[in-house]
Design a binder for this molecule. Structure first.
Ligand code: SF4
Length: 97
C-alpha cells in the first residue's frame, strides 16, 4: 500500500529558514536528533530563504521509535505540528509508547 506523507499543519519555529508565516516549506523534514528527543533535524537558521514557497512541509522520516505514531521509523500520523521545546524545534505530536 502506498503511504501518503504526513503533513506539517503548523510550525511556530519562525527563525528557521524553511518557515514562512508559521508554515514549513521544505518537502520533507527528518524528525529525531542524536538524543531520544523528537526534535526537527531539518531546522536551520540561515541568511538564505529555504524551501519552496507553495509547498507545504511533510515528515520524510522519523527516527523516534518510542513514539506511538512511529512505524518502521516512519511517521503514521496524518498530520503533525512542530514547535519550540526547551530552546529547540520539536514534534509536538509526539506521544510516548
Ligand atoms: S508524531 Fe511521532 S512518529 Fe510522527 S514525526 Fe512526530 S515523533 Fe515522529
Amino acid at each position: 500500500m502506498t503511504k501518503v506523507m504526513t503533513t506539517i499543519t503548523e510550525c511556530d519555529v519562525t527563525d528557521c529558514a524553511y518557515n514562512k508565516h508559521n508554515s514549513c516549506h521544505t518537502l520533507a523534514i527528518t524528525v529525531g536528533g542524536p538524543e531520544a528527543c523528537p526534535s526537527c533535524d531539518t531546522y536551520v537558521v540561515s541568511k538564505e530563504t529555504g524551501g519552496i514557497p507553495d509547498t507545504r512541509g511533510g515528515v520524510g522520516a522519523c527516527k523516534v521509535a518510542s513514539c506511538t505514531h512511529n512505524e518502521s521509523l516512519e511517521c503514521s500520523a496524518s498530520r503533525v505540528t512542530i514547535g519550540w521545546h526547551e530552546g529547540h524545534a520539536d514534534c509536538k505530536t509526539f506521544h510516548s509508547r
